[in-house]
Design a protein around this ligand. Structure first.
Ligand SMILES: [Zn+2]
Length: 251
């Protein structure tokens, strides 16, 4: 899971959502959830428009905002419809998820702390790396906070298929970084750009991001002991600029 920046909606779409929320509110309170569900199911075009907006800021190639592995196919209600029907049509409550994360792990779980604040991390609000540390060698998350622990458990972030995938992603990224470095040595800017584009579109954007972050922290040589070439590339300003999209080099 990585921090994502949610763009504002176009005015027309925001107004459509607003009217839908008024529609939910127009029935007695005890019927809100049923009404919200019926309305959500019947508004195919609206769901399509929202899905389009979510895919625009999803990690990599339209990946799930929780696991970062599968394609994001579902619109997840961060705070579930059953608990907060009035948030069914609220943009800030929508995330792009895969069906595994949405229907098999998170479902209607939405734990809160003693003061009623959500414990789950919202990648469009919270920086997951402040709550979860990723072991690059094991591909596993270790909780740094209570919210990190709850999120790891509710979303199943350490399920076997994800930890193995993250390990593979780290290996693949190592090869890609080596390729970038040799292209740099040859002055082959086209290949450098192509490699960076591939890195950006890899599943498990959390692995790249962890590598970038850990490369500048104390103990980086130890973390990258078996991938010293990767550390060299990760520390190059040129690479970091290209990765963050701030490079002015033409592809
Ligand atoms: Zn997922």
């Amino acid at each position: 899971m990585i921090r994502l920046v949610r763009p504002p909606l176009p005015v027309e779409l925001a107004e459509t959502l607003q009217r839908a929320t008024e529609g939910v509110r127009s029935v007695p309170r005890r019927e809100h959830a049923a009404r919200a569900r019926t309305m959500w199911r019947s508004r195919g075009q609206l769901r399509q428009a929202l899905g389009h907006r979510l895919r625009e800021f999803a990690p990599g190639r339209e990946r799930c905002m929780y696991c970062g592995d599968n394609q994001g196919t579902d619109i997840d209600h961060f705070s579930p419809v059953a608990l907060t029907p009035l948030l069914t049509f609220v943009w800030s409550n929508h995330l792009l998820a895969c069906s595994v994360c949405n229907s098999h792990h998170k479902r209607d779980q939405f734990p809160r702390d003693a003061r009623g604040r959500p414990l789950l991390l919202d990648p469009t609000v919270d920086d997951p790396f402040e709550h979860l540390a990723l072991s690059l060698t094991l591909g596993r998350y270790r909780a740094l906070t209570e919210r990190g622990e709850v999120t790891e458990q509710v979303c199943g972030l350490n399920r076997d298929i994800l930890t193995r995938g993250r390990q593979d992603a780290r290996t693949t990224l190592g090869f890609l970084f080596d390729r970038w470095e040799s292209a740099r040595a040859a002055g082959d800017t086209a290949t450098m750009s192509r490699v960076v584009r591939t890195v950006r579109e890899q599943p498990f954007a959390d692995v790249v991001q962890a590598m970038v972050r850990y490369s500048t922290r104390p103990g980086a040589e130890e973390v990258f002991a078996d991938q010293p070439g990767a550390l060299t590339v990760l520390l190059r300003d040129e690479f970091r600029d290209q990765l963050s999209g701030s490079s002015r080099t033409t592809p």
